[in-house]
Design a binder for this molecule. Structure first.
Ligand SMILES: CC(C)(COP(=O)(O)OP(=O)(O)OC[C@H]1O[C@@H](n2cnc3c(N)ncnc32)[C@H](O)[C@@H]1OP(=O)(O)O)[C@@H](O)C(=O)NCCC(=O)NCCS
Length: 371
């Protein structure tokens, strides 16, 4: 537990003494309630709190894998003014010294009680959290996904630099009669598959990172796509689905064995979309592989339809994916829209100590790393 000196802030009702700390068990409940107001939909407050408790037991987030931070009222510690979470993740780093794994974090659910906004509270909270990240948290880097529209400068000024982000959105224009049997066969992924595919994926990424040429002030980083991080979003989707419809999504991705490519997806009931978390495989951009990716995307569209999700989204599509989407547009009645993501879920990175002398490039800017 980390607690810092208290500070007076001039709130709408006069001066109040606030302090920053990692939330106690009681404060965590209040933090979740505050976050539920902004981030709860489609869950009720009670279900959102239950989901937080459930996710806190998953492999990624148990044992301090996620921490709640808060600014609270000193004379009434259960009154929370502002809160956020940090969620652990490993980061693969390629710099002039080689390839190494480092501890990293994602900041999530940053929120200030609406009665106390524009009083500098979120700024104070983020300053304190950054001190923890640079100190006891020992983070090489931290990320967040900003969705505050034109107010993105807020995070930039506090050290989290935005990365450009692109996305393709796929939806059925009409179901074309083209013969999907012309595309390679795919099969469902099991949890066990995900574990071994993640291991292979990480090995491949390490090899690619080794081959990158980097200058002395350059850093390439990627969130490591582990089974823990991939499955965490699956567990989250299952929990949400059970609460809103009583049904359990069984399918979390598919694999094409003949082309050795696969993808994982996440049912995003809040944004009414199926998000492709990661497209994995040894990419060689052969015709077979392009056709296999097209088939996997069709599978994703079918899964989305099954859950009444209007679209499939893919973040930062590779050239192989772009070719696959072309096949779907031309032969399968799929509408594809590719655009830069502005004002929504923009990945932003802060290097340890807000070090700005290093040029940071985030590789694999795909959905799996989102929280
Ligand atoms: C974003 C948020 C946490 C900021 O909290 P806060 O305590 O008001 O922040 P601060 O007072 O420290 O800083 C205010 C700054 O935030 C920026 N800002 C944040 N949200 C803004 C918005 N919706 N419109 C305009 N400016 C905004 C402004 O730059 C403002 O600076 P200014 O007052 O000097 O103009 C708060 O608005 C909030 O809880 N929003 C809802 C939840 C949310 O969207 N969280 C962010 C998810 S990425």
């Amino acid at each position: 537990m980390l607690e810092s000196a208290s500070k007076i802030f001039n709130g709408p009702d006069g001066p109040v003494m606030v302090a920053f700390s990692e939330a106690t068990r009681e404060q965590r409940v209040q933090c979740s309630k505050l976050a539920a107001v902004t981030f709860g939909n489609p869950l009720s407050e009670a279900d959102y709190l239950e989901r937080d408790a459930y996710l806190g037991q998953r492999l990624l987030t148990r044992n301090n894998g996620w921490r709640y931070w808060c600014l609270y009222r000193v004379d009434n510690p259960n009154q929370i003014f502002a809160t956020c979470k940090t969620i652990r993740r490993d980061i693969l780093v390629r710099d002039a010294s080689g390839v190494h794994k480092e501890p990293g974090f994602c900041l999530a659910s940053v929120v200030t009680d609406f009665r106390y906004r524009r009083h500098g509270l979120a700024s104070l909270l983020l300053t304190r959290v950054a001190e923890w990240l640079d100190g006891p948290g020992n983070a090489a880097a931290s990320m967040l996904y900003t969705s505050i529209g034109n107010a993105w400068q807020f995070y930039v000024d506090r050290g989290w630099k935005m990365q450009r982000a692109f996305q393709s959105t796929l939806s059925w224009r009409h179901i074309a009669s083209s013969d999907r049997m012309s595309l390679p066969i795919t099969r469902a992924l099991t949890r066990k598959d995900i574990s071994s595919l993640c291991e292979r994926d990480v090995e491949d990424i390490e090899t690619k990172f080794e081959k990158l040429a980097v200058g002395s002030n350059e850093i390439h980083m990627a969130v490591v796509p582990t089974e823990e991080i991939i499955s965490w979003l699956h567990d989250r989707a299952v929990f949400t689905s059970v609460k809103i419809s009583g049904q359990v999504p069984q399918s979390h991705g598919r694999l094409c064995e003949s082309a050795d490519v696969w993808l994982y997806w996440f049912h995003d009931f809040r944004k009414q979309q199926l998000a492709v978390q990661r497209v994995g495989g040894h990419m060689e951009e052969s015709d077979l592989q392009t056709a296999a990716i097209a088939r996997l995307l069709l599978d994703a569209l079918e899964e989305a339809s099954k859950w009444n999700l209007a679209k499939v989204v893919v973040w930062n599509p590779s050239s192989g994916l772009t070719c696959a989407m072309k096949i779907l547009e031309e032969g399968f009645g799929v509408e594809v829209e590719t655009e830069e993501r502005i004002g929504r879920s923009i990945p932003s990175v802060r290097w340890k100590g807000s070090n700005e002398t290093q040029a940071i490039t985030v590789q694999l800017n795909e959905f799996y790393a989102w929280s």
